[in-house]
Design a binder for this molecule. Sequence first.
Ligand SMILES: [Zn+2]
Length: 268
Amino acid sequence: MSILICPVCSEKLGLHEKSYKCKNNHCFDLSKFGVLNLSLNNKSSKKRHGDDKAMVVARTEFLDKGYYRPIKDAVITLCEKYCKGAKNLIDAGCGEGYYTAEVVKTLVLEEVFGVDLSKEALRYFKKRIKNALPIVSSIFKMPFEESGADFVLSMFVPDAYNEFLRVIKKDGYFIKTKVLKNHLIELKQAVYDNPYYNDEEPDEIEGFEKLDEIITDYKTTVLGDDIKKLFLMTPYYYKTSKTDQQKLEKIEKLEITVSVKTVVYKKV
Ligand SMILES: [Zn+2]
């Protein structure tokens, strides 16, 4: 039985041909790309909803070159050690599924959900993971029943801990990767007059017990166009003026520090 619920009335959602329906007849069609839109407020506004196409393409191309492979390896190591028993997975803020695809190969999962606001990213996600269900939704209010998830993955996304706590079952797992102080500092030095270090948040999360962590810290050289693609992936991109962005176009190669921490938790 799926853990999917209706975003309108919270009753269970079931698949009928190419639509998901609840018993109150709220109906949500799968797009031709296999994406399920369960976001209720995406029709009127013109503002950005998740990552646009240029950003998704840049990120896909950058990640597929393997610059972040050690981060993926850290996630897989923790998955193998702690999450083998998981039957379902929610990737909250899944993007185009670079990390999820590897997790899906590692675990024996019956249901895989990718949640993101970007329809564009979810189309790529579906291409990478054929048997997964990509869902357009905020990660702060996800269309899943309480205590139904075995495993939630969250890679470089804003924290929605209360929502993760709601959907994960007791003794279920939560793996998150977050940036450390020096992550991509050289990229910021190349663009800003006064580059800032990242804030590091504490590991403790209420309702979860921390089981283990892996710190992934290394330097790698990024070449040519990949520098701009990397910048497009970051949250700094939208805060940076065109003039500052153009500074990157003159750089042919840049050694960067990758510095992140992956933590595995259990819901207590
Ligand atoms: Zn409903």
